[in-house]
Design a protein around this ligand. Structure first.
Ligand code: NDP
Length: 397
């Protein structure tokens, strides 16, 4: 039981704060703070059962953050701002003395390169301070790590092959839109592909490896191999893994737009001069693209994200598929946000809840798969993201 401070007031935060308010027996006091206070006020205004406090904060300013922490006195800071802010918020947590949770690993603003090493480097400082930092507690990363830990705990003696499959079979009826922050999304998708095999990382040209995969209740969708951050922690935490890959579905229309955006230079992350003013093309693009938060109302279809695993149990090879399907409309009806924000915001709340209850609490910096998966899996079923298991099926991979 304790006081939670959520930083960021975007789409994921909107869902997470609503879900936090639905668990008000655990979260005694709630504050949402972000760069634009009016967005925090909007989130707070939609919540009727408890009072949500709001504040303005620049999460890149450690002193400002510490001042805010001193006023609100949080037991946990949930970082739902952007990956660029991770280290500043972790610094502020250490300076004040409060635990931390996020959903995306640190990425420098001027370099599309994300990796855990920067945040893992904080481990000793969090340990010495007796504080917990939970990294990557969204869906992927997040639930995919919990699924893997659950499979390792209950179904396998040895996990050998892991394929994380992420399908968005939704239709938002727009020619082109991203499902979460366009800048973060496009930076992620346009980078080189990478997967882990036989102890080393292998690279591929962006979106060059693809195949159709069948998703439950969806059918076949072309799925593209790309790098995703949880591959780094999962291959470290489950050293029996021989190969780990991540696949995401994209439609032809989306890929065509993406190719044009790249070819005309609109995905550039370096500043250019325009009319005597410096602008970053991808940030300008974000300003003209549909707002991901506005996609919910007309969004039909569902997401289907899961882990396909091959390994050994009692000396025999077995396969296992654990997944969740999330309906965009059902997510919208419950929270006013579409499925991609929902599947990220709900796990962030669950991680925060387990921390508050003392279940996921240990000094240091941890990825989600390093905690007991069972209480998290139970909460997923209760908080709107039920999961399903299939055994000994053809994994297609
Ligand atoms: P949004 O862009 O919608 O929201 C980000 C929020 O952070 C905005 O309210 C923004 O303020 C605020 N913000 C940005 N910079 C600062 C700053 N310097 N100080 C204070 N506030 C700041 O993003 P999303 O909600 O889509 O995503 C939130 C996080 O979730 C991201 O880190 C994203 O990578 C992660 N994510 C993780 C997923 C997973 O499965 N693990 C999936 C999807 C997203 P303003 O409103 O003023 O712009």
């Amino acid at each position: 039981m304790g006081r939670v401070l959520v930083i960021g007031a975007g789409f994921v935060s909107t869902v997470a704060v609503k879900k936090i308010a639905m668990n008000a027996d655990v979260f005694t006091d709630i504050m949402v703070a972000s760069r634009t206070k009016s967005k925090c006020d909007q989130i707070a205004a939609d919540i009727k059962n408890v009072k949500v406090q709001t504040a303005q904060v620049d999460a890149d300013n450690v002193e400002e953050l510490v001042r805010l922490f001193n006023t609100f006195k949080p037991d946990l800071v949930v970082n739902l701002a952007l990956p660029y802010q991770d280290l500043h918020i972790m610094d502020a947590c250490l300076a004040y003395g409060v635990s931390y949770l996020d959903t995306a690993n640190y990425e420098p603003l001027d370099e599309a390169k994300y990796q855990y090493s920067w945040q893992w480097a904080y481990k000793k400082r969090f340990e010495d301070a007796g504080l917990t930092a939970i990294l990557g507690c969204g869906f992927d990363p997040g639930v995919t790590g919990v699924y893997t830990a659950y499979a390792a705990k209950h179904h396998f003696d040895e996990i050998q092959y892991l394929d994380i499959v992420d399908c968005n079979a939704g239709d938002h009826h727009k020619a082109f839109a991203t499902n979460f922050n366009p800048e973060i999304n496009i930076r992620e998708i346009t980078q080189r592909g990478k997967y882990f095999e036989d102890g080393e990382w292998k690279e591929t040209d962006p979106l060059s490896v693809h195949k159709p995969l069948n998703y439950p209740n969806v059918g076949p969708r072309e799925s593209y191999l790309m790098y995703h951050e949880e591959l780094e922690s999962l291959t470290k935490n489950f050293p029996t893994i021989k190969r780990a890959r991540f696949w995401m579905t994209f439609g032809q229309e989306y890929l065509t737009h993406l190719r044009v955006i790249q070819n005309i230079g609109m995905s550039r992350i370096d500043p250019i001069m325009y009319n005597g003013q410096e602008i970053v093309p991808i940030q300008f693009l974000k300003a003209v693209l549909p707002n991901p938060g506005d996609l919910g109302e007309n969004y039909t279809g569902e997401t289907s994200i899961g882990c396909r695993i091959r390994g050994i149990k009692d000396g025999k090879e077995m396969t296992y598929y654990v997944y969740n399907n999330c309906s965009h409309q059902a997510a919208y009806q419950e929270t006013g946000a579409q499925g991609v924000s929902y599947t990220t915001g709900v796990p962030a709340m669950i991680g925060a809840k387990l921390f508050m209850q003392g279940v996921w609490k240990k000094p240091g910096v941890w990825n989600v798969e390093e905690f007991d998966p069972d209480p998290f899996m139970k909460e997923l079923n209760e908080q709107g993201l039920p999961w399903h298991e299939l055994f000994n099926i053809d994994l297609e991979l």
